[in-house]
Design a binder for this molecule. Structure first.
Ligand code: UT7
Length: 335
């Protein structure tokens, strides 16, 4: 019996047209271009200004591009995995909306809620389904509209300058070649759930409780982040989970052809690069242009890296992420 491997056969992305430069944020939230660049590396991000553009619609555009890139037809897709922390609706999930938008047969659709690690969690699920022989082509999508939920007053500056809107997608396909996903490693540590979270509205703060609560002050309706604490945990977990992937395949940092870290903060990426002793051309960053797009950041960066000819057949690609949950994850791929 032939071994079934799973590979990334196509990648696509979509970002809204509306570019929001740091200089615009200077005008609305008591921040400076200098602070944002120095602390995060971000120069601009995209924020949706077209009311018709939803998380699932952006995911659809990214998915269409990924399907085109894979050279298959929409109806060749036999499962959907949709990662987002900013879904169109509280329920149903965005996966079913993607199925509707793509006008494809009634295949299964699963939503993943693992924030910045969402794309790698999705990739890991797809990898297992493909290797078990259950499916042949799976769409893994990460899409986020952060902008509508951010506090754009000076009160929200520590969080709101970081996040951007965007969508990325990959088609994961079965292959009998010696290529594709070598491993994925997934982790969580829920004791830090509230260190980076959007708390309300949700069942903990159900609408009835809010109406009854005289002390309700409207806080908690935009993301909260203990930035310093998240940063310190991120740099430790990124390094750990990348080494976990390398050790699993008996590889060393110098064997990595390209590392694409989740684009959380340029300083985090640079810190990991230093810890692993990687050269500049071994790490791909594009946070400067898009900010932190959470579940979408890795597939957007992957497509840009491909377009910039950063990957060739046989290369070792490492993906890694850390974020809210806390959750963190890595994937090692033979391109
Ligand atoms: O993607 C998911 C995971 N998320 C992350 O990995 C994010 C991790 N954390 C970070 O990237 C960084 O912690 C931040 C970029 C969020 C913040 O950078 P920092 O170097 O940790 O700054 P800080 O929070 O310690 O704040 C330093 C100062 C404070 O002023 P004081 O107390 O020193 O007077 C803040 O009030 O910077 C102030 N500050 C700002 N100033 C101008 C916070 N936000 C801003 C802002 N503009 N936007």
């Amino acid at each position: 019996m032939k071994v079934i491997n799973s590979k990334i056969s196509g990648v696509g992305y979509f970002v809204p047209d509306n570019v929001v430069k740091n200089s615009h944020l200077e005008k609305i939230m008591n921040t400076t271009d200098e602070w944002i660049r120095e602390r995060t590396g971000i120069e601009e991000r995209r924020w949706v200004n077209d009311q018709k553009l939803t998380t699932s619609l952006m995911g659809t555009y990214a998915a269409e591009n990924a399907i085109l890139d894979a050279g298959i037809q929409r109806d060749d897709i036999d499962f959907i995995i949709f990662s987002t922390l900013s879904p169109d609706y509280y329920f149903p999930g965005s996966g079913v909306l993607l199925q509707r938008n793509l006008k494809i047969k009634e295949i299964g659709a699963l939503d993943v809620r693992n924030q910045c690690s969402g794309f790698i969690y999705g990739l890991s699920i797809a990898d297992q389904y493909i290797k078990s022989g259950m499916y042949k082509n799976i769409l893994v999508v990460g899409s986020e509209i952060h902008s509508g939920g951010l506090d754009k007053t000076p009160r929200g500056r520590a969080v709101s300058v970081i996040f951007g809107d965007g969508a990325g997608a990959a088609v994961i396909s079965a292959t009998n070649e010696d290529e594709g996903i070598l491993s994925t490693h997934l982790h969580s540590e829920g004791k830090f759930a509230e260190e980076l979270a959007l708390i309300k509205p949700a069942t903990t703060f159900w609408i009835d409780k809010i109406i009854d609560d005289e002390n309700e002050d409207g806080s908690g309706y935009s993301p909260v982040m203990n930035g310093n604490f998240v940063f310190k945990n991120a740099v430790i977990r990124f390094e750990e989970v990348i080494f976990e992937a390398l050790n699993y395949s008996n590889l060393k940092p110098e064997d990595i052809s390209l590392l694409i870290p989740h684009q959380a903060n340029l300083r985090i990426s640079q810190f990991i690069q230093k810890r692993l002793g990687l050269d500049d051309d071994q790490v791909f960053n594009n946070i400067m242009k898009y900010g932190n797009t959470t579940a979408a950041s890795i597939p957007i960066a992957l497509k840009e890296a491909m377009d910039n000819k950063k990957l060739k057949k046989g290369d070792i690609l490492c993906l890694a992420a850390f974020g809210s949950g806390f959750t963190w994850a890595s994937a090692l791929i033979k391109w």
